[in-house]
Design a binder for this molecule. Structure first.
Ligand SMILES: Nc1ncnc2c1ncn2[C@@H]1O[C@H](COP(=O)(O)OP(=O)(O)OP(=O)(O)O)[C@@H](O)[C@H]1O
Ligand SMILES: [Mg+2]
Length: 473
């Protein structure tokens, strides 16, 4: 039983559809994002055959698991036969088949006869593909290592990917759902946690359910200030779960991939900068591999300018906190603003506006945003501006607020931001006030009096996210 389950409505809907149509689904996503939980949840009602391939080291183990789950005796050491039998049982009993971490199956069985000697991993991939194409049952597979998937499925000659009807990339939970999860975990553990602190947890972890779980677990019985959460998170980065997790990840990466990740995490994210700092390595290969793994995202700002961002902000912070030859450690305090925050997520969202978009703002005003050129946070002699956004044709100042309904003072703050931005950039076209949980009445009234102010709440933010293919926030 999945005790706590939050959201994933869209994914459940897709999976339910796939069950009805014998669809073949691949779910991919970074570590801890919730693939296993989602598969187990759907299986509670589907009553299929769920197999975790992390536990299947040999065909014997698979045979045992099939026997346990179907009460049908399977007696074979042969990996090919084992898979044939499994699919035929599922077919006969009309059961959904679920392969969690299926790349382990390919990695392990691929080295055994008869696959070994006839192409190994490629050979078992082809076998799986033909089983998928033939079978009239739904089959769901998941994988963490997108690199392995892309190695075995991505190339034209190894088109396992084409055997899937749907490929779902699972992202962390939306911030508000992350907070719900933190509350649910806290409740289960008997920890008294106020909602604002739950939100802080979701913000720091970027909504990754596994990170939320780990963080809540370490909290004291009573959480009565935010610093406890921040300090616990910091501690986990330095010597706890995150340290162990990310050290492990580093071992999976090549030295060049590690180097490139470090450099990006330390703030050098333009291609030209990375190139300058990594002379002597095969940069394009390292970047391609990191993209395949889903660890970085590529943002094309212009013909000449390409940027890379690290997808997992907790990983980014961990990487940034340590020194690296030529790169200074970035203090955790600074990372809280630059990387581990709602405002950082919003800045990155705007950075991903790779085409002109038009949306309705919170007031119903039409907001046109041209293709993005740059987004930065200003902090200096003139004050602070959460985001200065430059598009092909516009200059925009933003104030980003994360808390209960946004108070009217923030409109004045935005007007100050606009004035500062005018001094820096020469002119400003308009201002945007962004508040995840919406706005107080007075804030709305105040904004209405001002033509050049737009308001964005959770709904509008995620409208933009959907349009530019960014994760839900
Ligand atoms: N939708 C959700 N609702 C509640 N809890 C969730 C949800 N998704 C994930 N979790 C929690 O987050 C943790 C990690 O999730 P899960 O193991 O499903 O991730 P995964 O993507 O399979 O990770 P891995 O790559 O390590 O296999 C689990 O403890 C689970 O309880
Ligand atoms: Mg899993």
């Amino acid at each position: 039983m999945v005790e706590i389950f939050i959201n994933r409505d869209d994914e459940l809907e897709l999976l339910t559809r796939a069950i009805k149509t014998a669809g073949k689904v691949l779910i991919q996503g970074l570590r801890g994002v919730g693939k296993t939980t989602l598969l187990k949840k759907i299986n509670e009602t589907a009553n299929g055959i769920y197999i975790d391939f992390q536990n299947i080291l040999r065909p014997r183990h698979l045979a045992k698991v099939i026997e346990e789950k179907t009460k049908i005796n399977v007696d074979t050491d042969d990996p090919y036969e084992c898979l044939e039998v499994l699919f035929s049982i599922a077919e006969d009993t009309e059961k959904l088949l679920i392969f969690d971490e299926f790349t382990e199956l390919i990695n392990r069985f691929g080295t055994l006869k008869p696959y070994r000697g006839s192409g190994g991993k490629e050979s078992i991939s082809m076998h799986l593909r033909s089983l998928l194409q033939k079978s009239k049952i739904p089959v769901f597979m998941s994988s963490t290592s997108m690199k392995t998937i892309s190695e075995i499925t991505g190339r034209y000659t190894k088109p396992l990917a084409r055997a899937f009807d749907i490929i779902i990339t699972l992202h962390p939970l939306k911030i508000e759902d992350g907070a719900k999860l933190a509350l649910a975990f806290a409740n289960k553990l008997g920890i008294s946690l106020e909602e604002t602190y739950a939100l802080k947890i979701a913000e720091l972890t970027g909504g990754n359910p596994d990170y939320i779980r780990v963080l809540v677990y370490k909290l004291p019985k009573v959480v009565d200030n935010e610093d406890i959460i921040i300090e616990t998170f910091n501690q986990e980065l330095i010597e706890g779960y995150f340290q162990v997790l990310f050290m492990g990840l580093q071992k999976e990466l090549s030295p060049s991939e590690n180097e490139v990740l470090r450099i990006i995490a330390h703030g050098f994210n333009r291609y030209s900068e990375i190139d300058r700092l990594t002379r002597g390595i095969n940069l394009n290969e390292a970047l391609a591999s990191l993209l395949d793994r889903g660890l970085i995202r590529r943002i094309k700002l212009s013909k000449k300018e390409v940027k890379y961002t690290i997808v997992d902000k907790t990983l980014e912070a961990w990487l940034a906190m340590t020194e690296f030859p030529g790169l200074k450690a970035i203090p955790f305090k600074r990372l809280q603003i630059s990387t581990l925050s709602f405002e950082a997520l919003i800045r990155e969202l705007f950075m991903n506006v790779h085409k002109p978009i038009e949306i309705k703002d919170y007031l119903g005003r039409t907001l046109f945003l041209d293709k993005i050129r740059s987004v930065y946070r200003y902090s200096g002699a003139l004050g602070e501006v959460d985001a200065i956004i430059k598009t092909e044709t516009q200059k925009v100042a933003a104030e980003i607020y994360f808390g209960e309904k946004c108070p009217p003072e923030k409109v004045n703050q935005l007007l100050r931001n606009i004035a500062i931005t005018e001094k820096i950039e020469g002119s400003v076209d308009f201002g945007i006030l962004i508040s995840y949980f919406g706005f107080q009445k007075e804030t709305i009234e105040l904004a209405k009096q001002n033509e050049i102010i737009y308001l964005l709440s959770e709904k509008e933010i995620n409208n933009i996210a959907t349009r530019v293919n960014y994760r839900k926030i």
